[in-house]
Design a protein around this ligand. Structure first.
Ligand code: MN
Ligand code: MN
Length: 263
């Protein structure tokens, strides 16, 4: 059951209207690493999660992502309409009305730079920043907790980086504070999913079939040695950070492959 609490999770402020940045921010509204995608990713996993604690965490984070979606949507509207606190004059001067009616002096430039925001009447569209429509194709829930949690960790890492890139492009101090809040929460989520994955003992390899013991530790040396880098580099890297797994070098994959002739 959901009840809508009308307070935002964190106050959103925008110093100045900026439709172009609103367009960019759509990436975190209806984009592949955005808040709607995150909420749907974790909801779909929560319903199918057999462990009560992990199910609870997934539902909590899914719900928080919807709260983030509210904040991003509010920010996009403010970037179109102006912040009530500092841009009242512009709003009362019908900044948005002029913009949407094509009367704003910069209408063509703003429309070209921010078509989705302008053509959706100043509200957030269910698209990414390039106008691609939101799609479930972006959500890769598989229904196996250790595989899904690894994907969730990567999704949170991507969300953090997208916010970081937006913050670096943002020259609006008030909005930057809101984006910093959102970015930081994705850091927290990444750590929560790391903890959830660690709660699954024997989480590698994923699933129940163990794999072929002769192949699972093999580092196949697939470089021919003619390039500028040392052909042993990749194996050295794997060896240095192998943990308990261990690798053995397949020195001559061509000779091994020759054992199996394709007719
Ligand atoms: Mn989020
Ligand atoms: Mn998150």
């Amino acid at each position: 059951m959901f009840l809508h609490n009308k307070r935002l999770m964190h106050t959103v402020r925008v110093d100045s209207p900026n439709p172009q940045f609103g367009q960019l921010l759509l990436e975190q509204f209806g984009g592949p690493n955005g808040e709607l995608a995150a909420a749907m990713r974790y909801f779909t996993q929560a319903w199918n999660e057999p462990d009560g604690e992990r199910r609870s965490m997934l539902a909590d984070i899914a719900t928080e992502e919807l709260s983030h979606l509210e904040m991003v949507g509010q920010a996009i509207v403010m970037l179109m309409k102006g912040s009530p606190a500092s841009e009242l004059d512009k709003v009362e001067g019908d900044y948005l009305g002029d913009l949407l009616d094509g009367k704003h002096e910069d209408y063509v430039a703003l429309s070209t730079a921010a078509p989705a925001s302008v053509l959706s009447g100043g509200g957030p569209a269910l698209t990414d920043s390039a106008g691609n429509r939101f799609t479930a194709d972006w959500i890769d829930t598989l229904g196996e907790p250790s595989a899904d949690l690894r994907s969730d960790i990567a999704a949170e890492a991507r969300a953090k980086i997208v916010y970081e890139r937006l913050i670096k492009q943002c020259n609006d101090a008030a909005l930057k504070a809101s984006l910093n809040f959102l970015m930081t929460r994705e850091i927290a989520h990444q750590q929560m999913f790391e903890a959830a994955l660690a709660s699954i003992t024997d989480n590698f390899p994923p699933g129940t079939l163990p794999g072929d013991e002769r192949l699972g530790h093999l580092y196949v040396h697939d470089s021919d040695g003619s390039g500028p880098s040392s052909p042993a580099d990749g194996f050295a890297l794997a060896e240095r950070h192998k943990g308990e797994w261990g690798f053995e070098l397949d020195e001559d994959p061509i000779a091994r492959a020759a054992d199996q002739t394709i007719l």
